[in-house]
Design a protein around this ligand. Sequence first.
Ligand code: FAD
Length: 383
Amino acid sequence: MRYFLTEEQQMIVDICRQVVDEKIIPVRAELDEKEIFPRDIIKEIGGSDLFRLFVPEKYEGMGSGIFEVCLATEELSRGDLGIATTFAASGLGIIPIVIAGNETQKKKFLPPAAGGNKLAAFGLTEAEAGSDIGNIKTTAERNGDHYILNGTKQWISNGGEADIYTIFAMTDPAKGVRGMSAIIVEKGTPGFEFGKKENKLGMRSSATRELIFNNCRVPVENLLGKEGMGFIIAMRTFDQSRPPVGAQAVGIAMGALEEALNFSRVRKQFGTAISSFQSIQHMLADMATGVEAARALVHYAAKVIDSGEKNITRLSSMAKLFATDMAMKVTVDAVQILGGYGYMKEYPAEKMMRDAKVTQIFEGTNQIMRNIIALDMIKRGVV
Ligand SMILES: Cc1cc2nc3c(=O)[nH]c(=O)nc-3n(C[C@H](O)[C@H](O)[C@H](O)COP(=O)(O)OP(=O)(O)OC[C@H]3O[C@@H](n4cnc5c(N)ncnc54)[C@H](O)[C@@H]3O)c2cc1C
């Protein structure tokens, strides 16, 4: 397929493909098995300037759009979702600073994130607040020229590995979501510690960890925007980050389809390659069609966002929903095409199936995506 990429966009794809083929694919099974966070590969990605995709040119970024972020994320996910998530979660931590940061904050935090010297993370979820993010209990109480943070975040990607954390906390709990604020907290701030590292079903090369705030004093100049803007900042961030989750799903599905196709051409049963059976051919055809349809929707959503269009929530949610449901189906089908071999860890299909599941859950579950799409349609009265 041709995607009519510019020379620069094709270069982003080629750089990622090289990192994936040379550095990631040879070690991904071991990273998964031993749950290793691959610092050296993340450094390599930083050295290839890929973190600059999230940052405007003025702050040492490439000034690219969400489309370029999607191209990179898809390629990295074809190799390993955990590594692609470390990349994407750093972007998720950076986007709120790009959206709502003031000049001083941007000058301080964006250049090191662009160079990949410092990873970022996005801390919203808590034990009692998953889909219902208005229910967060972490507080940030103003005390002179500091906020005092107390509370625990859970399942934070890049937890412990990142240096810059965008944390959502209640500055005025009585106001509900209107009392939520976004505050940058740096690793090493007294009172900020890391809790347990999760043992996950998939995406095991990414670090997922608790963040614990115990009377953590953060200077007021780390507040993003104004007090009470946290919910809006989180929602605007998700608008931009959900197509890249769709791109993650397209990348995993692409990897699974490649495995299934290659296997079907060499595996012989009843004296012939299994690719000669029509049932296998139809599965491959459906998988390939799903990948292309999802990629088209992800690319379209990214381009609409990059055009500066304001009403992007529905389209962004559709891209995440469609692509991640597709990836779950395609990876299950890949395991089926590999038969018993698909169930064995010597082959990557079962890992891809385990990895794909989380894309239907994080950054808003697919039930929440359906709620958003339906409510937006009903509110506007237009399809
Ligand atoms: C590996 C991993 C990494 C993550 N990384 C991060 C991170 O970096 N930062 C961060 O802040 N969070 C992170 N999360 C959290 C993630 O965003 C949440 O898991 C997700 O938003 C869902 O919340 P929950 O798991 O508490 O599910 P719940 O909200 O408890 O939902 C449970 C079930 O109920 C359904 N449900 C809930 N409400 C509704 C409703 N109104 N209508 C219909 N169905 C509903 C859900 O769809 C789901 O099926 C991560 C999660 C995982 C698993």
